[in-house]
Design a protein around this ligand. Sequence first.
Ligand SMILES: Cc1cc2nc3c(=O)[nH]c(=O)nc-3n(C[C@H](O)[C@H](O)[C@H](O)COP(=O)(O)O)c2cc1C
Ligand code: SF4
Ligand code: SF4
Length: 286
Amino acid sequence: MNKTEIYYFSGTGNSFVVARDIAEKIKGNLISIPSVMDNERITINADVIGIVFPVYYVGLTNIPLIVKQFVMKLDKISTKYIFAVCTYGGGFGSTLKILDEVIRSQNGRLAAGFGIQKPQNAFKKPFENKTKLYNNWKEKKLISIYEYVNAKNEGNFDSDGFFTRPIVTILELMMKSHFLKPFFLKSMNRTTGFPNGSDLTIEEIISLMDRSYHTDEKCIGCSTCSKVCPVHNIKIVDNKPVWQHHCENCLACIKWCSQKAIHGYGELPRGYHHPDVKISDMWRND
Ligand SMILES: Cc1cc2nc3c(=O)[nH]c(=O)nc-3n(C[C@H](O)[C@H](O)[C@H](O)COP(=O)(O)O)c2cc1C
Ligand code: SF4
Ligand code: SF4
């Protein structure tokens, strides 16, 4: 296999595990997307590039803001074999198609894309069988992605399951509609604390949603939340976290706080993170 680099973004570990397992199997380098974002442009020497990330806000953005920015920085990718894996809790809709469009804007193209269902980390999902989802990845999906990518096959754009597909398609259309989009934006906007009528873009709203985050008396000032924040969005001031308003909504701070002291948008289910991930795996090194 040619030289491979696997770039990932992850808040609660689902995408990290997927990226780590693929990198191990393919014998590629595992690199966190935030760790390369200080570069103005990013030139990748590997012939094969993997991009692994969670699906956010199907119908609104689909892709985390930082992942889109990462792709927009990629240089000289026209001859690269690029594949992507998105992890999702319910359905990923046109996420891979949207990613392909962003890659094409940089003169590359997505050769293959895969959606991997994982536990929903943003809310408690009834009847979710987490063990089945974890096993399905290890026993089936990892091997099929490895074989597909190792052979440098092209054209796969995994889609949502037979029953989920129509629901997610309708959801995406609803989110994009002139009637419902403003409704969704307004309800998200409420968490920013700005007046409902303000005309912030969806990207601005996402960045500002940390204005709803606050701690209770259980906070012990350990700074774990600051260390796991992939985008340096938390400063510790007087032993308390202070959010800096360039949030990705990844929920890492809320879910990795051992004291369950952080409240705000997306705090349920409390403490979810992938069981095979250690907190040190999520630590930023820079
Ligand atoms: C802000 C936010 C928005 C999300 N939106 C969606 C969504 O639209 N559709 C979906 O299926 N899952 C959605 N999810 C769930 C995640 O995509 C899923 O749990 C993912 O595996 C989490 O990956 P991570 O553990 O690597 O952060 C969302 C999660 C968050 C935090
Ligand atoms: S991780 Fe929790 S306890 Fe530690 S500083 Fe952050 S909010 Fe406080
Ligand atoms: S502040 Fe919390 S939710 Fe926002 S990017 Fe950092 S860890 Fe993620």
